[in-house]
Design a protein around this ligand. Structure first.
Ligand SMILES: [Zn+2]
Length: 91
């Protein structure tokens, strides 16, 4: 059964919020905690569009934590945004 577009959008927004919290890490426990924190925050605030990085997801947007430019791209077939300073590719 195909998913509703809203469900896919919600997953993308939660993933961006979780990855913004995570910065760079390969540890599954930290990834789980970052995802849980993003879901808990969205639930407490009333929805996935309430995350602090969501408003920065546009051309010219800046990271709500450090003020660096937000970058946009496609990863794994989905559109995503990330902080150009804090979310850099690891080795
Ligand atoms: Zn940043």
């Amino acid at each position: 059964m195909p998913e509703l577009p809203e469900v896919e959008t919600a997953r993308c927004l939660i993933a961006d919020q979780a990855l913004h919290r995570l910065i760079v890490d390969k540890d599954a426990d930290r990834l789980y905690r970052a995802l849980k924190a993003a879901v808990d925050s969205a639930t407490a605030k009333g929805g996935v569009h309430t995350g602090d990085v969501i408003a920065a997801r546009h051309p010219g947007g800046t990271c709500p934590r450090c003020g660096a430019e937000m970058r946009h791209g496609t990863v794994g077939g989905r559109s995503t945004w990330w902080c150009s300073r804090e979310q850099v590719r690891g080795g």
